[in-house]
Structures are given as structure tokens and as C-alpha cells.
Write a protein that binds this ligand. Structure first.
Ligand code: GLA
Length: 657
């Protein structure tokens, strides 16, 4: 067992626990944005779309929204940031006090901004604020901006306990945008407080445009001008924002502006389209209506946890348009962390239409059957491949599509490969800890070991990126015999991922699947292999292929299955997470193979249940413990977490069924 607590983990804990850090020695300016925030798109509220600069923007609104977040369960479904927009300060020219600090408007906010931040923090929420990367903010009644006051304003915000800054673009005096926004990035970093940084430059200047440099500077950036509460404005934002999927990823998102849901200018159908498309595009979900005064419909839309789960999917890939007939019928698809796909059939016309796609087009082909869940009606249905439905004018049908059978994932970084191959992380949207990049040469290869409980057919899905303009073809061998070829066509950008599927027959036990490049480009960047089988029986999931938290893969103690075992750190919270698919769900036997060479029991929490892992006598003596878990039909996360400072046992594999 590893004895050292990783320094990184220690730092992460310290940062996570921080409330206000007063920094005596300024932190050196960051070279890139590495604040660790917004790993999924920010969710919360911003007052602008409902109040603009009117007097209704005041303390009672902000406190009211915070209370509603708590009382109506919005906090529980993920809404977190309550953000103040323009006009929170005394208008210029009297915005600053004798020390140069911005003064909150005493009529709107008689108890100041720190009071609001404390109120939000006490309820598990966060508070955001606004200023402009210019001499003044945008509204004509606005106040002094942040240009040339970056450090003082950032320090003031941090001292109030601010967690999010929207930094606008008005009155910027023609100073280069990258320079202005980078200065505030560094000022925020120097405060030592974690502050989500929202660049509101609207994609106005460049090239390079904000999405091309935004990742290094902010957590999100506006891609368009301001949204208004009508269909034409909303759909226009979507039409532009959907052209930029390769720029989004965990920690850095395209922002097509805040939500209008609930403001009254669109129908419930149109607001559902708005919310669906924002979720497909991994856009921030910042509520823009006065929740003290909205219809029940509004809450139903904003609290649709199935749709929120698409937006917040931890793989962090923005959905892409896979079909657009140019006449207002647009199909989007988005790959999700557990291998499912989200599909939106969006009808921008005013006339009902039948819209169709299929499982191949969304990268999920090859299998015998699929489950579709309509995320608005909640109806589920089964298909062998076609996805087709009637879609009313201005409506969007949103499905989550799962492959039936049992799917397990093998990360490409857990495979073996030809020499010169690297595991890279420079293109976001990868699953696991990186992706595999082979040398650009004929003969480069990636080889997976696939354990099968029983002989029989399997569908292999390879997730890959190919930002070149040519195919990256491979020949596939299965246990040494030819298994076919895959073309791996260009995906449009290195940060755009697609899938290719292949049906093969597996032997019982270990199978060797090798992809060998037949072109001089080598193998495309490979992210993962999903193996789907439809037979019953026990399915084994190797710990070394699972997601590992605070631990390493080792092979120094004999007797393990697969290619190694996971040795978790000797801390509370180390462990692994397996993604397990179940056809029917229900109470299912689960067996964990482990070794514990100490004489002390090493308990772990497994989806909330505590399982004991007693000493096995030696690190090379492996034992099994079986217990029951209730699984859902479809994908399930099974997470094993150590509950004591000794860490868990060495973990070899998990078997289901
Ligand atoms: C700009 C921004 C808006 C809003 C206003 C406030 O227009 O794009 O989102 O913040 O300023 O004045």
C-alpha cells in the first residue's frame, strides 16, 4: 500500500476547504487557467434577464432567489451560483471610495455584498458578481469598470467572499481583449480564492476569437451578443454556438448567454427547446427569471434532472450537429461518460415534421437493440436502430439512447501499444486519464486485452479523434485472426471525438484485439473501447480499467487477473469506480476479488454499503467477497471507497451476475 499522501491531493483538500484566504505573498501569475473550477458547466441564477438595471434588482430579490434555491430543491438538482449583474454599485463617477474601492449601491444593497455572500454560503450556495473590462460597465447608469483596477477589484471581491466573476466588454478603450481578460485572470489567481471566471467578450474581436484563446484565460466565454426573451433571438444563439463544439470541455465552456426560461416571451414548448439545446451544447445553465413569480411550468423545465444530467455529463463534450437539412430540421448528438448518447431532434420551423436518425449516425451502432428514453415525457421504448418521431413546430425531442446488453469500458491508456506511443491530455473530452497517440507510421498499433465470461458475439466501439484531413485506417486482429478494418475518418478537429463500431466473436477468457495502422498517419487518437455483449452470465470488470481515485495500477504481487491490480493510497477516500451495465436491473450479486496482506480489516464503502475486506495472509493471496447491490436497467456506477486511513485492499476485479 502506498504510504505517502499525494501532495496534489493535499493541496486540493486545502483549496476545497478554503473560505477566504488572505495571501501575504502574491502568487506568481498563472501561465494558463488552471483554477480547477467549472469541471461541468456552471449552474445558477443571474438577474439581468429579468431586472436589467431596474430597481427590482435589490437585496430582497437576491435573498429571495437564494431561499427558493433551497426551498424548491433547485440547489439539490445542481443550481449553485447566484450572480449579480450590472448596476449593483453606485453609478459612476462616484463608484469608488477614497481608497478606490467600489461601493455597493446603498439603496439596493443596504447590508452590502459580503452579507449576501455569507447568506449564500450558509446555505451551501455561492455568490457571483459583475464588472467590465473597461473604464465603465455597460449600462448607461453603470459604474466604474475594472480596466487598470484589476488587482484592487479582484481583491475586494475576494474579501467579500465572491465565487464567480462575469467580466463584461463595454468601454474597453480599444485595448486588446486577450490582454484585458488575462490581466483579470491573473488578478483573480493572485487573490488565492477560487473564483469562476466568465469572459463576456461576445466573440467580438479577432481572429483569434475568444473561443480560440478562452481556454487559457477563463472558465467560460460568451460566444454571442445578448439574448432576448423571444424565439428568434434564442434559436439564433443556438445556431451560432453549435458551430463551436471543439472549443468546449471540462473547465472551459462556450456560453450562448443566460436562460430566458420563465420570462414569458416564449411558449413552454419553446422554453423546453431552449433548455434542451443548452443542455446538448454543455452551456452554462444560469436561470434568468424571477423565481418568486413564475409558473409551475418553469420549475418543471428547470428541474428536469434527466436534462440537467446531459448538460452536466462529466465527459464534458459539447453536442455536435449530425444532420441539418438547411430547412430548420436539425439533429444533435452528444456522447456521454457512460457510453450512452443524448440525441436532440429539433424542429426550428412552425410546422410539425417527422424527424429521423439512427444509431449508426450517433456513433452507437452494431448491437441488436437499444433503449430510448424521452427526457421530457419520460416514456421509454426499444429500437433495433431507427430513431424517428413526430416533432411539433419549435419543439425538440430529447432522447437518451442506451445500448441493451452489458457494456464495459477499457480505457485506451490501459492498453499496450507500439513504441513511441504517448498518453496525451491536450485535447479535452477524453474519458479516463488521457488518450493514446501512436507514432505517425504504418504499423503503429494499440492492443487491448478483453476478458469475456463466455464465448460469443460482441460489439466493439472505439472512441477516437482525428483532426487531420485524411482517414487513419487500421486492420483489426482478434486473437491473431483478421477481424476486419476500420477507417477512422477525420472528425473535424482533434478535440472532436467520434466512434467506430465493429462486431467480433470473442473466446471465453482473455482475447487480444489489436489495431494496426495501415496508413502513414498511424492510428487515430484512441480514447476508449466499449465492449458490449448480450449474453447473460457473470461479467468481469478489471479494476485496472476502472476509474481510479488516489491509487495506482501495479503488478508486483502475483495471482491477479487481467494486466494488474489497483493499489489505493492509504487514505480515506481512495478507491475505484466501475461503470456496469445491467439489462433488467434489480438485486444483483457482485463479487470483488482482492488481497489484503495486513492483519487489519480494510473496509470500503460500496455505493453506501460498508463491505469488510479482511486480511488474506499475504499480498499474493487473493480472496473474493460477494454481496448484493440494487442496479438500475442501463448504466450503473459502482464505487468502492476506503473508509479508513489504511486505505482499501488491493483490488483485482469486480464481477457482476
Ligand atoms: C452586456 C452583457 C449583458 C449584461 C449587460 C449589463 O450587454 O452582455 O449580459 O451583463 O451588459 O449592462
Amino acid at each position: 500500500m502506498r504510504k505517502l499522501l499525494s501532495a496534489l491531493a493535499l493541496m486540493a483538500t486545502a483549496a476545497g476547504a478554503a473560505v477566504v484566504i488572505t495571501v501575504a505573498v502574491p502568487v506568481a501569475p498563472a501561465l494558463a487557467l488552471d483554477n480547477g473550477l467549472a469541471r461541468t458547466p456552471p449552474m445558477g441564477f443571474n438577474n439581468w434577464n429579468t431586472t436589467a438595471c431596474r430597481s427590482t434588482f435589490n437585496e430582497s430579490l437576491v435573498l429571495g432567489i437564494i431561499d427558493i434555491f433551497v426551498n424548491q430543491g433547485l440547489r439539490d438538482v445542481g443550481y449553485q451560483y447566484v450572480n449579480l449583474d450590472d448596476c449593483w454599485a453606485v453609478p459612476a463617477p462616484n463608484s469608488r471610495d477614497a481608497n478606490g474601492n467600489l461601493i455597493p449601491d446603498p439603496t439596493r444593497f443596504p447590508r452590502g455584498i459580503k452579507f449576501l455572500a455569507d447568506y449564500a454560503h450558509a446555505r451551501g450556495l455561492r455568490l457571483g458578481i459583475y464588472t467590465s473590462a473597461g473604464t465603465k460597465t455597460c449600462n448607461t447608469l453603470g459604474f466604474s469598470g475594472g480596466l487598470d483596477h484589476e488587482q484592487q477589484d479582484a481583491a475586494l471581491f475576494a474579501s467579500w467572499g465572491i465565487d464567480y466573476l462575469k467580466y463584461d466588454n463595454c468601454n474597453n478603450q480599444g485595448v486588446d481583449a486577450q490582454l484585458r481578460y488575462t490581466r483579470m485572470r491573473d488578478a483573480l489567481a493572485a487573490t488565492g480564492r477560487p473564483i469562476v471566471y466568465s469572459i463576456t467578450e461576445w466573440g467580438r474581436t479577432g481572429p483569434p476569437r475568444v473561443w480560440e484563446w478562452g481556454k487559457e484565460v477563463g472558465n467560460l466565454w460568451r460566444t454571442t451578443g445578448d439574448i432576448s426573451d423571444n424565439w428568434t433571438s434564442m434559436i439564433g444563439k443556438a445556431q451560432f454556438n453549435r458551430t463551436l463544439p471543439q472549443w468546449a470541455g471540462p473547465g472551459h465552456w462556450n456560453d450562448p448567454d443566460m436562460l430566458e426560461v420563465g420570462n414569458g416571451g416564449m411558449t413552454a414548448t419553446e422554453y423546453r427547446t431552449h433548455f434542451s439545446l443548452w443542455a446538448m451544447m454543455a452551456a452554462p445553465l444560469l436561470i434568468g427569471s424571477d423565481l418568486r413569480n413564475v409558473s409551475a411550468d418553469t420549475f418543471t423545465i428547470l428541474k428536469n434532472t434527466d436534462v440537467i444530467a446531459i448538460d452536466q455529463d462529466r465527459l464534458g463534450r459539447q453536442g455536435v450537429v449530425i444532420a441539418n437539412d438547411g430547412a430548420g430540421h436539425v439533429v444533435y448528438a452528444r456522447a456521454l461518460a457512460n457510453g450512452d448518447r443524448a440525441v436532440a431532434l429539433s424542429n426550428e420551423t412552425t410546422t410539425t415534421a417527422t424527424m429521423s436518425t439512427n444509431v449508426n449516425a450517433i456513433g452507437l451502432g452494431g448491437s441488436a437493440s437499444y433503449t430510448l428514453k424521452d427526457l421530457w415525457s419520460k416514456a421509454t421504448s426499444t429500437t433495433t436502430g431507427t430513431i424517428s418521431t413526430s416533432v411539433a413546430g419549435h419543439s425538440t425531442i430529447l432522447y437518451r439512447v442506451s445500448r441493451n446488453g452489458t457494456t464495459r469500458r477499457i480505457e485506451a491508456e490501459a492498453a499496450s501499444f507500439s513504441s513511441g506511443t504517448t498518453i496525451d491530455r491536450n485535447w479535452s473530452g477524453y474519458s479516463g486519464t488521457g488518450f493514446v497517440n501512436t507514432p505517425n507510421a504504418t504499423g503503429s498499433f494499440v492492443q487491448f486485452t478483453v476478458d469475456a465470461a463466455a464465448a460469443g458475439p460482441a460489439t466493439l466501439t472505439f472512441d477516437y479523434g482525428n483532426g487531420s484531413t485524411s482517414d487513419r485506417p487500421v486492420s483489426v486482429s482478434v486473437n491473431g485472426a483478421s477481424g476486419g478494418t476500420l477507417a477512422f475518418p477525420a472528425t473535424g478537429a482533434w478535440a472532436l471525438w467520434k466512434q467506430q463500431t465493429l462486431n467480433v466473436n470473442l473466446n471465453q477468457g482473455a482475447n487480444t484485439i489489436r489495431l494496426t495502422a495501415t496508413g502513414t498517419g498511424g492510428v487515430a487518437n484512441l480514447d476508449y473501447l466499449d465492449v458490449t455483449t448480450t449474453g447473460g452470465g457473470v461479467v468481469h470488470y478489471q479494476a485496472e480499467d476502472a476509474t481510479i481515485f488516489q491509487g495506482v495500477v501495479e503488478s508486483n504481487h502475483a495471482g491477479f487477473t487481467g494486466t494488474g491490480f489497483v493499489n489505493g493510497d492509504n487514505v480515506v477516500g481512495s478507491g475505484v469506480e466501475f461503470m456496469v451495465a445491467s439489462t433488467s436491473g434489480g438485486s444483483t450479486p457482485v463479487t470483488v476479488r482482492f488481497a489484503n496482506g495486513t492483519t487489519t480489516n480494510r473496509p470500503m464503502s460500496v455505493n453506501g454499503q460498508t463491505i469488510d475486506f479482511p486480511g488474506t495472509g499475504a499480498w499474493t493471496t487473493w480472496a473474493e467477497v460477494t454481496f448484493t447491490l440494487t442496479l438500475s436497467a442501463g448504466s450503473n456506477a459502482i464505487r468502492l471507497t476506503s473508509t479508513t486511513a489504511n486505505g482499501g485492499p488491493n483490488l483485482d476485479r469486480l464481477s457482476v451476475g
